[in-house]
Design a protein around this ligand. Sequence first.
Ligand code: 1HE
Length: 257
Amino acid sequence: MVTYELRGDVALIGLNRPEKRNAISDRFVGQIEQAVLRARAEAKAGVIHGHGNHFCAGLDLAEHVQKTPLEGVEGSGKWHDVFTLLEFGSLPWFCALHGAVVGGGLELASAAHVRVADESAFFALPEGTRGIFVGGGGSVRTARLMGVARMTDMMLTGRSVDAETAERWNLVQYVVPEGQALETAVELATKAAANAAFSNYAVINALPRIQAMSRDDGLFVESFISSFSATTPEAEERLRAFLEKRAGKVTAPSRRA
Ligand code: 1HE
C-alpha cells in the first residue's frame, strides 16, 4: 500500500492503493508510520505523493462503517499519532498533490510542511455528507491553514475547490502544471535537505509552537533558538563560508515562484 524510495537525501513515500483511490485503512496508516520512521533514519527531507489518478480519497469508508465508537476514537488517535510524527520530527515533509485531495487526504497533506499541487488537484471535506467529522487532525491543522470560516463552508456545503483557490486560501504553497507536482516537490525537498539540520528542526518544531504562544513568550523563545542555532559548528562553518565567498548568494525569484 505504501512505496518507499530514497532519492539522494530525500525519501519518497507513495500512497499506493490506486484501485481504492488511495483511501486510508488502519493497515495503511500503520504503513505510513513505518515509512516515516524509516525516512527519519535514512533521509534529510521527505516527499509524500499518491500513485494513480488521485492523491488520496481520505478515510477508507468501507472499514469505518464497521467500527464501534471506541474503535473510532482509537482509530482517530492513531491518525493523530502518525501525522504528529510527520509534523514534529526533524525532517521537512513536502506533499505532491494531484486529483482528489479529500477528507483524510487533505488532513494528511495538512500535516506536511509544504504542499505542491498540480492543476488537476481538487480539495474537499465531504465528511458532512458522509455523516462523520474530520478525525485526522483537520480541525486543528487544516483549519489553521485556510481559516475556520472556509473550512466550515467546505464541511457544511461539500464545496470542492481547485488548486488555484487552494493556493489563494493558503492550503498549498505552489501550483504547477498537471503532472509536475512530484518532480517539483522532490526538487524543493532536495533544497531543504541541504540546509543545516538544526535550522530545519527549528523551523518545523519552533514556528508552529511559537504561533501558539503570547507575543512576549514567542520573542523570548525565538532569541534562544536563534542564538543556539547560530553557535552550532554547522552554522559557524556556513557563516564563514559565506564571508569567504565560498557559499552561494541569495538569488532573485524564478518566474515559477
Ligand atoms: C473508496 C473511497 C473511500 C473511493 N473509502 N473506498 N472520502 C470521501 O468521501 C471520498 C469518496 N470518494 C470519491 O468521492 C471518489 O472515489 C473520488 C472523487 C475520490 C474518485 O472518483 P473516481 O471516479 O476516480 O473513483 P470511484 O469509482 O469513485 O472509486 C473507485 C473505487 O474506490 C470504488 O470502489 P469499487 O470497489 O467500486 O471499485 C470506490 O468505492 C472506492 N473508494 N474512495 C473506501 N474513501 C480520519 S477521518 C477522515 C474522514 C474522511 O476522510 S471523510 C472523506 C471520505
